[in-house]
Design a protein around this ligand. Structure first.
Ligand SMILES: Cc1cc2nc3c(=O)[nH]c(=O)nc-3n(C[C@H](O)[C@H](O)[C@H](O)COP(=O)(O)OP(=O)(O)OC[C@H]3O[C@@H](n4cnc5c(N)ncnc54)[C@H](O)[C@@H]3O)c2cc1C
Length: 92
């Protein structure tokens, strides 16, 4: 979970740097949104495995993460749309 979270942070920091440099940050931002949205699912899935049955009860914070993590797959530009934006930046 820490490794995946670190990967997300690195994507995010790179996208911020690209944006602040004034270069076209479309690819970096879309890759960040795509990568982080997907990795979040994995991190939350592991969290559910760690807490077990408690993940189904509202007093357990993981229950909210489990319910809301899939939202990141489509809110603010779906994963599929991010992939299309990335593809457009490739010179192939
Ligand atoms: C609780 C909630 C809060 C929200 N808040 C906001 C907000 O504050 N501001 C805001 O702007 N929006 C908000 N939204 C809307 C959200 O951004 C949209 O749900 C999102 O843009 C996806 O649009 P859609 O749900 O109409 O899905 P659709 O566009 O119908 O897409 C359905 C599926 O088809 C895929 N798809 C669509 N077109 C293509 C294509 N051409 N190629 C390949 N795959 C494709 C999508 O990736 C998705 O998986 C919110 C949604 C919810 C549920």
């Amino acid at each position: 979970m820490t490794t995946l979270t670190k990967g997300m942070e690195l994507f995010f920091e790179n996208a911020v740097q690209m944006q602040e440099s004034g270069d076209d940050a479309t690819q970096a931002i879309s890759m960040t949104k795509y990568f982080c949205s997907e990795q979040l699912q994995r991190v939350v899935e592991i969290a559910v495995r760690v807490v077990g049955g408690r993940a189904y009860f509202e007093f357990e914070p993981v229950s909210r993460y489990y319910r809301e993590a899939p939202f990141c797959l489509f809110a603010g530009g779906t994963v599929e749309i991010q992939k299309m934006l990335i593809a457009r930046t490739l010179s192939i």
